[in-house]
Design a protein around this ligand. Structure first.
Ligand SMILES: [Mg+2]
Length: 363
């Protein structure tokens, strides 16, 4: 096996703001794995500094280091890849994600099956939410109205970037503009437990259908998650606080999450697959999400979610933020509905011929 590494800059239509910072461009990395039989597969690293401190230079360094070790390695032993990469690149989960995705894409292309089939083949379609990032109430209202008109049933609203009063005003605007949509709030680990409870209770009082409160409080504060669940009677979904199978087991044991957000960019693909199985064994709900990713990483996540099946919350919307994403994907997107039914092999996404030609890379 061999790996190629290609940095990719993708402009965003508008800044993607969360409680802890905003992103104005996706500075990601594409990785190409080539197997001994010549089959190629693609993966993407999407480091998001405001979420976990990871920057592209870190991911690039980690991928190059892993490459030196992995060249010549037998990719059929894919099960060991997650563990190997954790040792080689402990500081860069997004690098692990890119390499694992590329290898699994290549293996499944070589086998002539889709990545979803490889992971169990239970489903072929998902219904995604659409996110409203941090900002003003007026902007939230406008976005919510447009999202509902496009047929989405769930809106994810980023909270925790301003005062409780501001967030409550934004939630009110969303409920008024999109009364038929259920809500997922995401605090990105920035709220106190008291503020999170206040926001959740206000949301319910205003008639909002609060389906889930994602990572309201600090990642290491399991007690705060329990507090929010108990006091606000809301399902808490762990995101920043869950990156591994070990985390899933801990949260389940303590009752500190009722669902977990699976992200390949955060945990790697192999670990995510195991996390889904362990979460299910503990009766936890599943969400699938991402960082600010192109349709390449999002396709891989959709295949994982469809393969294992039963992923109730789907947050695979960031390609809609990108201007001219340089990716061709076989996964289709019609409003909230994502379908992988037509994907013949692998995850079905790769850089466009034009993008590769510009970089003098043969397709
Ligand atoms: Mg989140």
């Amino acid at each position: 096996m061999d790996l190629d590494v290609l940095p990719v800059d993708i402009a965003l239509r508008e800044p993607f703001g969360i409680a802890t910072g905003a992103k104005t461009a996706a500075l990601n990395v594409f990785v190409r794995a080539t197997l001994a039989d010549g089959t190629r597969g693609w993966g993407e690293a999407a480091p998001f500094e405001a979420v976990n401190g990871e920057r592209r230079e870190v991911a690039l360094g980690a991928i190059h280091r892993a490459r030196d070790t992995l060249v010549g390695w037998d990719a059929r032993a894919w099960r060991s890849l997650g563990g190997q990469l954790r040792e080689l690149a402990p500081e860069s989960p997004s690098a692990r994600c890119a390499i694992e995705t590329a290898v699994l894409d290549a293996i499944t292309r070589s086998l002539g099956i889709s990545l979803a089939t490889f992971f169990g083949g239970l489903e072929t379609e998902l219904f995604s939410d659409l996110t409203i990032t941090t900002g003003t109430a007026a902007r939230a209202r406008e976005s919510a109205f447009s999202i509902a008109r496009q047929g989405y049933r769930t809106i994810k609203l980023k909270v925790g970037g301003s005062s409780v009063a501001d967030d409550v005003a934004r939630i009110r605007a969303v409920i008024e503009a999109a009364p038929s949509c259920s809500l997922v709030l995401d605090g990105n680990a920035a709220l106190t437990q008291e503020d999170a409870v206040a926001i959740a209770l206000e949301c319910k009082t205003m008639g909002g259908e609060l389906a889930l409160f994602e990572q309201p409080c600090a990642r290491e504060d399991d007690d705060a998650a329990i507090f929010v669940h108990d006091r606000a009677r809301v399902l808490v979904c762990a995101d920043e606080s869950v990156g591994s199978v070990k985390d899933v087991a801990r949260l389940a044991r303590k009752g500190a999450a009722q669902a977990i957000n699976l992200k390949i960019t955060k945990s790697g693909v192999v670990e995510c697959y195991d996390m889904a199985c362990v979460a299910r064994a503990h009766g936890l709900g599943l969400m699938v999400g991402g960082m600010v990713e192109s349709s390449m990483a999002m396709s891989a996540s959709a295949h994982l979610a469809c393969g294992v099946g039963g992923v109730e919350f789907v947050d695979l919307d960031t390609p809609l933020w990108l201007v001219d994403e340089p990716v061709v994907a076989e996964m289709t997107r019609e409003g909230p509905r994502l379908s992988i039914a037509k994907v013949r092999a692998g995850h079905g996404a790769r850089p466009s011929d034009a993008w590769l030609a510009e970089r003098r890379v043969e397709p």
